[in-house]
Design a protein around this ligand. Structure first.
Ligand code: SF4
Length: 221
């Protein structure tokens, strides 16, 4: 039997027979649904923050502050800040550059290894990650990395497809006024997201111009 300082409804000290689980979190908005869904499933998540991929450091700190405020004020979930090994990210992940498949696999592996190490150190038996929320992540790759890393540390991976809850997480985080980033985290993803936004803007412009031209032709008949 465990006792937690608070529950989701803020009702004070409550006994819990839930299974403790360490939940690696990539950001506040992506943590909203997993915490709720894992609790419903019988787990009691503790959040583990280890994201040396997020650049620049000011952006990293902003995301962590957002997560901490939500965890303390809304979700009533503990947050553990684990390692932030930026040099390991630069030597193990950055050399993959714009090869996104290889880069993200290495990035997941680095972060989830630190989360699993932390879980073992603190006596958790179950591990999960909020990276299973965003449809922009490489879902199959991340699940594979979690399974392998958890096995290496003797942990049980709890891998769920949270992607159907992404729209709800988007709505809730907007309603709560949480900071929402527009790129995954690394400098490569910031450049890729900027290109995608430009391409989407160009597509919309071309569609508007085509519709305008069609309307002009129809009007001239
Ligand atoms: S896009 Fe995201 S998951 Fe992939 S390397 Fe960059 S920060 Fe890591």
């Amino acid at each position: 039997m465990q006792f937690h300082g608070d529950d989701k409804n803020g009702s004070g000290l409550v006994p819990s027979s839930r299974t403790p689980l360490l939940l690696h979190a990539c950001c506040g908005p992506c943590s909203i649904e997993p915490v709720e869904l894992l609790r419903r499933e019988g787990f009691e998540p503790t959040i583990c923050w280890t994201n040396p991929n997020i650049q620049p450091v000011a952006e990293h700190d902003r995301r962590l502050a957002t997560l901490r405020a939500w965890a303390a004020d809304v979700a009533h979930v503990d947050v553990i800040v684990a390692g932030d090994n930026r040099s390991a990210w630069e030597t193990g992940v950055a050399p993959h550059g714009f090869d996104r498949a290889a880069r993200c696999r290495a990035c997941y592996a680095l972060r989830l290894a630190e989360a699993c190490r932390t879980a073992r150190e603190l006596g958790f038996t179950h591990i999960s990650t909020t990276l299973a929320v965003s449809p922009y992540q490489l879902f199959e790759t991340c699940g594979d990395v979690l399974a392998k890393t958890a096995a290496a540390y003797g942990l049980t991976p709890v891998w769920r497809d949270f992607r159907p809850y992404y729209p709800e997480a988007t709505r809730t985080s907007r309603d709560l006024g949480m900071y929402r980033q527009n790129y995954c985290g690394c400098r490569f993803s910031a450049a890729e997201a900027a290109v995608e936004r430009h391409e989407a803007r160009d597509r919309r412009k071309a569609e508007r111009e085509a519709a305008h031209a069609a309307a002009s032709v129809a009007a001239a008949r």
